[in-house]
Ligand binder design. Structure first.
Ligand code: NAD
Length: 257
């Protein structure tokens, strides 16, 4: 893909699912990849998989809700590879399927800290490096739940709507400074996060909410993580050189419904 080879990318949540597929895709396109995750074991597995395929990657342990840890992540990119060209701020959790009055405060805070504050923290650390270079592209991972409401997912949906708003705002702030900021909004994708949902306060199918937005996909199937990775790579590539502030649904047609 145009303009990715030889550059440096950081991917958060790269130990699993969409983040792993995206890290692998950047590496396959010839980028140096900083594989960032809160779980060391799976992050290192991603690095191994990239290296086995002849790519270049480094693991860094990060908790995206901790600004100091995020700064260390960006420092690693600069120290290892001399800069930072692309970032996929992708780490996120999906916990506690419950009605809004049943959400515990601690659970609300944790989800917002990781899914929304984490994206802000990453951009806060990444943008100065990109600005000094005069170029860069950021793709934040939002969700279909960042575009429409989903009963039983109040904190998750609020966090992802926040990511969409943050993406637009930061895109405007940096549009004239050579840095593009976009988001992807995945529909249901076959990763570990999907199974975590049943660990919440209830099983979606047994709740008195309209859950159709979660499961009804016009294309009639869930996505593979690689189908998100390709779109993230496209948004970072030169082929998307005039695209900024956009949230691109990658959802088998859900957003059109
Ligand atoms: P996943 O659970 O397979 O991967 C998430 C990764 O993020 C894991 O490796 C996990 O260790 C890491 N992570 C969690 N908390 C972290 C933290 N505090 N700091 C750093 N890393 C952390 O899930 P996924 O589906 O690949 O999710 C990736 C992103 O895609 C998330 O933001 C999620 O909300 C979004 N998304 C997923 C779907 C889906 O259906 N899978 C749909 C829409 C949006």
């Amino acid at each position: 893909m145009n303009g990715i080879s030889g550059k440096t990318a950081v991917v958060t949540g790269a130990g699993s699912g969409i983040g792993r597929a995206t890290a692998e895709r950047f590496a396959a396109e010839g980028a140096n990849v900083v594989v960032a995750d809160v779980v060391e074991e799976t992050g290192r597995e991603t690095v191994e998989s990239i290296e086995d395929d002849g790519g270049e990657a480094t693991f860094v342990e990060v908790d995206v809700s901790d600004t100091e840890s995020v700064e260390r992540m960006v420092d690693t990119a600069v120290e290892e590879y001399g800069g930072l060209d692309f970032a996929n701020n992708n780490a996120g959790i999906l916990t506690g399927f419950a009605g809004v009055t049943d959400i515990e405060e601690e659970q609300w805070d944790r989800l917002i800290d990781i899914n929304l504050k984490g994206v802000w923290a990453c951009m806060k650390a990444e943008l100065p490096v990109m600005e000094a270079q005069g170029s860069g592209a950021i793709v934040n991972t939002a969700s279909e739940a960042g575009l429409v409401g989903m009963g039983g997912l109040a904190s998750y949906s609020a966090s992802k709507h926040g990511v969409v708003g943050l993406t637009k705002t930061v895109a405007l702030e940096y549009a004239s400074r050579g840095i593009r900021v976009n988001a992807v909004a995945p529909g249901p994708t076959d990763t570990n996060i999907q199974s975590g949902m049943s660990g919440g306060s209830g099983d979606p199918s047994s709740m008195p909410f309209d859950t159709s937005a979660m499961v009804d996909v016009p294309m009639g199937r869930t996505a593979e993580p690689e189908e998100m990775a390709g779109v993230v790579a496209f948004l970072c590539s030169e082929d998307a050189s005039y695209v900024t502030g956009h949230t691109l649904p990658v959802d088998g047609g859900q957003a059109a419904d």
